[in-house]
Design a protein. Sequence first.
Length: 143
Amino acid sequence: MTDVHSPDQRRRNMQAVRNKDTKQEQQLRMGLRERGIRGYRKNAPCITGRPDVAFTRWRVAVFVDGCFWHGCPDCYKAPSSNTAFWQSKLSANRIRDNEVDRLLREAGWTVLRFWEHEVKADIDTCVDLVEKALRRAGRHDPA
């Protein structure tokens, strides 16, 4: 199936896609706040990979990966046009994600990655995993 949009319209559509403060990121932060989990920074530029949520004191970095942009094995459907570009783009994204994870772990960080569909489907489990990582990292206070 060919693209129903002109190249200019497709370009405008793709440029409108948000790279931070997505609905799933907001949903995760809301779930953390509802549990009384605070003390995080969002999209911190000083931290490798700019985690969506970073608990700098406890060195826990949380990423919410978009199913399309990071090639979710459950949800990703390859575009039917410009396939070479998209394969290359997603491959580079995965390589970058792995490198960011490696660098953060070498620096003593705990790294959590959630697919957007996981946050959408089961926010409680995602927040539970963040809470467990914080406890392991030494966070004992409830707020």
